[in-house]
Design a protein around this ligand. Structure first.
Ligand code: S3P
Ligand code: PEP
Length: 400
């Protein structure tokens, strides 16, 4: 159990590097022709999971926060554990379907209860795939041009996985079915594939063409979906916070949400500065950006005016059922909160002090609970899940 006293949080902090961008760069670098140097990587559990997943097809030289990655002759037998990384599981099972050889992908923890079956069903039309408890076994082969359809309303990582699979082989067309969720992550995959010289068109269909070629050097941007918890704790306690590290496109809507709440927030080349307070409620749809719900919800909990966060449906498929666990953190704060249909309604401010929080085994809920503890004083039962994305976070909160 980690306990924090309520008090002002302020100062300059280094943002963790973006987990989704680190993972995409590692995967693309392992599949592309030529050598790629990736800088500003943090070796969180999920990023290490991606490194393990690409090791059987690439050589990776690690020097601190840098990785030099190049494609090599794939091993025929490849087996690795992706731990709890949804991105790594869903992209690895897809990509290895298109590379001749046998692959065992192990997974564990919270990932055992998260969706994968719809993707496996699609891959089974292409090659032999067996799902066991905690493992998927894939017989990979040359697939030719890909033509598949996949549900878009469960996890965008199904689509990202198939986009990488198309880029490994002779390209192809993916038809997303139903409502498109977490679409900013499909766009991020398209952006990375394009950086690796693949052609990608996003429209009614997704078209992927061309083989991947390394762009040479890439620097990972910051992850404001994570470092924003320092901003929420800082602004809510009257502090001024500066986050160092370039803002990823994925996280821009969060800066806009904070602005709409009345925060004095400015961004520049490689930094975000915030001060003031959360003064106004907001009505925002985060269906394209589910990872931004947690910091937005905590910020909304500071405001007397009611806020509405829409598009939260797929949050139930994450490391915890985040509809329930976000509500749990807010209720423990004494904030009024309710969930109806696809939206969470939040009306602050917090009414309780010295609160016992739970991370519910989920890194983003653990971070939300750490920030909440700094604001009202409190304890988090188990902070170990934060190692999934941002192991250093806890040090920033305790060193204040
Ligand atoms: O592709 C990615 O890197 C991610 C996609 C999103 O998941 P879903 O597409 O499953 O919603 C997001 O929540 C996750 O943290 C990272
Ligand atoms: C859901 C997450 O990641 P993944 O799906 O890759 O496990 C997350 O980081 O919140």
């Amino acid at each position: 159990m980690l306990c924090l006293k309520a008090g002002r949080l302020e100062g300059r902090f280094q943002s963790p590097p973006s987990k989704p961008m680190s993972q995409r760069y590692l995967l693309a670098a392992a599949l592309a022709e030529g050598e790629t140097e990736i800088t500003r990587i943090e070796w969180s559990d999920d990023v290490v999971a991606t490194a393990r997943a690409v090791q059987p097809i690439s050589s990776i030289l690690i020097k601190g926060d840098r990785a030099v990655v190049s494609r090599r002759e794939p091993d025929f037998y490849r087996a690795f554990n992706v731990g709890e990384s949804g991105f790594t599981l869903r992209t690895a099972v897809s990509v290895y379907a298109g590379i001749p050889g046998l692959t065992a992908v192990y997974f564990g923890g919270t990932l055992r209860g998260r969706p994968i079956d719809e993707l496996i069903e699609v891959l089974r039309k292409l090659t032999e795939v067996v799902k066991l408890p905690g493992a998927v076994i894939i017989k990979g082969k040359e697939l030719g041009r890909l033509e598949v359809e996949i549900r878009a309303d469960i996890s965008s990582q199904y689509i990202s996985g198939l986009m990488f699979l198309a880029a490994v082989g002779s390209g192809g067309v993916i038809k997303p079915l139903g409502e498109r969720k977490s679409w900013s992550f499909v766009e991020a995959t398209a952006e990375v594939l394009r950086a690796f010289r693949a052609e990608v068109k996003l429209g009614e269909y997704i078209e992927v063409g061309g083989r991947m070629k390394s762009p040479g050097k890439l620097a990972v941007p910051g992850d404001f979906s994570l470092s924003a918890f320092l901003v929420v704790a800082g602004v809510a306690t009257g502090g001024e916070v500066e986050i160092r590290g370039p803002l990823s496109k994925l996280d821009e809507p969060l800066v806009n949400a904070f602005k709409a709440m009345g925060v004095d927030i400015t961004t520049g080349e490689g930094w975000v500065r915030a001060k003031g307070g959360f003064y106004r409620g907001i009505d925002v749809n985060l269906s394209d950006n589910p990872d931004l719900v947690m910091p937005t919800a905590l910020a909304a909990g500071m405001v007397e005016e009611e806020s509405t966060i829409r598009g939260v449906e797929t949050l139930r498929y994450k490391e915890s059922n985040r509809i329930a666990t976000v509500i749990d953190v807010l209720e423990r704060l004494g904030v009024q909160v309710r969930h109806e249909k696809d939206a969470i309604y939040i009306k602050g401010p917090p009414k309780r002090r010295d609160v016992a929080f739970s991370s519910h085994g989920d890194h983003r809920i653990g971070l939300m609970a750490l920030a909440a503890s700094k604001i009202v004083g409190g304890c988090v039962d188990d902070i170990s899940p934060v190692a999934k994305s941002w192991p250093a976070a806890v040090l920033y909160f305790i060193s204040e």
